[in-house]
Design a protein around this ligand. Structure first.
Ligand SMILES: [Zn+2]
Length: 388
């Protein structure tokens, strides 16, 4: 991957180019991006640049043997590790190397523009908790102790390093701290708060912020051949998230599904809160069943959408709506919901949704979790309505 194909600000690229020029390439580095940034691509481009035989001041050559192998993700000294779990094909002892074919496919097909949920769908583990497990770390430690095959540097790119399992991390720490000769660890994550402190403290940090709206619009016009108006709409609707912008389906607004589910949820919450005799209880159980069937990542995606929607409702009530972006459909529902999701209920709802995401991470049963969520929301709303 060339730096010119990586959509991050020039400032970040220049910082990395500088480390190579001045021979200050740190052995253990953490690339920390905001959600939806091109941070994985940046790590790959950096590694390719370091190993390129004819690099220029600003980019890899793209045509030397090392670059060609890098561009096919087939360099013998380039190793990838990422969250994984068993699936229908790999029934026991899953590890990253079992999924290399899928990994190469998704990285090459999307130009490394995909998120965790896309990856879990790709390897068909949406309903499982994926981790970088102890078999992976053992393999990293072993491979790190070997000599490089061809290039000066062996490179380990660990994607979503926040998914390194606690109990497998300590053994890796020593290797991260004192890597063998020319070994390079490039850790990639979009969740600083989930990174183990022991790893954070050992890695040199490169932060990757979101592109500005105008930068994103420019990328979309160039790479997706959008006209100005379409690029503006897509950048706006994807809330400046690069991956979401690239995956945005102009024909069919992908956020509509989450909005529809959220509306469905709030209707049930309302009927429960007023103990409406017209409430058909099978709708509650169907809703919970639907959420259960989604799988963890899709559940979290919905909950995150819910949090964003609640935030928009709260802000709307304060007449601060110009600072957030709303789709037309959202505006319609926010005006309908403002009596129910407001400064009094909003922060509590917000907390319930956040807690639910935390609970999913700790493997709580989805049926119980969504039942609790529904009833907690209804109880809080009933309380607010009584006070009126
Ligand atoms: Zn090259």
């Amino acid at each position: 991957m060339l730096f010119s194909d990586v959509y991050v600000s020039d400032e970040i690229k220049n910082k990395l180019l500088f480390t190579v020029k001045n021979q200050r390439v740190s052995h253990t580095q953490l690339f920390l991006g905001v959600e939806g940034s091109h941070v994985l691509a940046l790590a790959i481009a950096y590694a390719q640049y370091i190993n390129c035989h004819n690099r220029t001041a600003t980019d890899s050559c793209g045509i030397c043997t090392s670059c060609i192998q890098y561009q096919h993700l087939a360099h013998p000294d380039l190793h990838f590790y990422f969250p994984n779990a068993t699936n229908d094909t790999i029934k026991t002892d899953a590890k990253s190397s079992d999924f290399h074919a899928e990994w190469r496919e998704i990285v090459l097909e999307t130009n490394a523009l995909f998120d965790e949920q896309d990856w879990y769908e790709k390897i068909n583990i949406e309903k499982k908790q994926a981790i970088i497990n102890v078999r992976d770390t053992e393999e990293i430690i072993y491979k790190a102790s070997m000599k490089p095959y061809e290039s000066e540097y062996k490179v380990f790119i660990i994607w979503m390093a926040d998914k390194l399992r606690y109990d497998s991390a300590p053994r890796l720490l020593k290797t991260l701290e004192e890597p063998d000769g020319k070994t390079l660890f490039l850790l990639v994550s979009d969740k600083q708060e989930k990174m183990l402190d022991t790893i954070l403290s050992r890695a040199q940090l490169t932060k990757v912020n979101a592109l500005s709206i105008s930068e994103l619009e420019k990328v979309l016009m160039e790479k997706k051949n959008y006209d100005m108006e379409t690029a503006k709409k897509v950048a706006f609707c994807s809330e400046n998230n690069l991956i979401a912008a690239f995956q945005y389906n102009i024909e069919e607004d992908s956020k509509n599904e989450n909005l529809e589910i959220f509306v469905q949820l709030m209707r049930l919450v309302y009927l429960l809160s007023i103990q409406s005799p017209s409430l058909d209880f099978s709708k509650v159980t169907n809703f919970i069943k639907m959420m259960e069937d989604f799988g963890r990542e899709r559940q979290k995606d919905f909950l995150r959408y819910g949090i964003a929607f609640i935030r928009k409702c709260i802000i709307w009530n304060y007449d601060l709506d110009t600072i957030l972006k709303y789709s037309l459909e959202e505006k319609e529902f926010i005006t309908k919901f403002q009596h129910y999701i407001n400064a009094s209920t909003g922060p509590v709802f917000y907390r319930y949704f956040n807690d639910a995401i935390q609970h999913i991470e700790t493997n709580v049963n989805a049926k119980i979790l969504f039942t609790d969520l529904l009833f907690q929301l209804a109880e809080r709303l009933a309380f607010a309505l009584r006070k009126k």
